[in-house]
Design a protein around this ligand. Sequence first.
Ligand code: SAH
Length: 316
Amino acid sequence: MDRFNRLPQKLRKLTRETKAERTLYCNPGYSRVHDIRIASFFIELLRRFRKSPKNIDSMAWTSSGSSNAELIDNMLRNGILGKVVGDVVDGNKSEAECASDRIARAMKKVDRANYVRDKRDAYEDSPQTIGHGATISAPHMHAYAASHLLPYLPPGGRVLDVGSGSGYLSAVLYHLIEDPHGHKPSSSDSGAKSKPLIIGIEHVSELTDWSISNLKHDGLGEALEKGQIEMVTGDGRLGYPPNAPYDAIHVGAAAPELPQALVDQLAPGGRMFIPIGTYKQNIYHIDKDESGKITQTEVMGVRYVPLTDRKSQEEH
Ligand code: SAH
């Protein structure tokens, strides 16, 4: 009697006895353990798959447009820009509506076509490779980051964008700080260089240079000249001490664990938005209260490129 016939009757009934199946079941390496392993693999896969719409808004990927304005309007319509309850009240609009209007206004000032390698896909709601093992994140992820940080962007505040890549989110964050209610930052009045409002830190120098030229193409040459935006090359895991503390820190790459230097550089009352994890990654809010107490809140599951060293990134 071969191994197929030794299978439990129920299983034999369920199994069409093709030649291929017989070969599988008659393989000396075959055992029930294999069945269990294969089944667990698929159950795990299903579990992860089922989890993702809960983690990332199921509408998130349906916002692509044929222009920048259409992409933003689609995100607005899909509720992606309205997830936050901020401290902004404007007439009789709800706080969430005000917040989403502000984000939409800032995102419309940033033309994604100036920050991608392939302009044909500029208004797709998906990530796009920017070389050196990096990607520009999907617009809905940038929108989430902006909305989660919005209440922590006071006029004239300081923001650190770690893993600034294309420079896209640094530009959006600049416009949010620049335009809380249509005002310009005070340092623009004097024309003098002052402490930057936005620091983008990126460890691939070619990407830093590219992000600067992207920002210039997008009309932010003056803000760079005045030092309101500064894009630097460095290891973002160490933060950027010269301009610390920061009211908001955005981390655009997944850290294996929370970098202490970034926690130290967060201002009291500030928030960090950071993906943490290797295979399984989640966005966390790291909130520091006025007394310096840290609260860590898991927000959603994501997939980011790792926050690492340049060599490992390019081998990835
Ligand atoms: N938010 C950016 C980039 C996202 S990809 C955008 O949307 O364009 C993540 C970026 O983090 C990449 O550009 C990568 O080069 C950078 N990065 C990874 N590890 C880093 C580190 N240790 N320090 C600084 N930047 C890092």
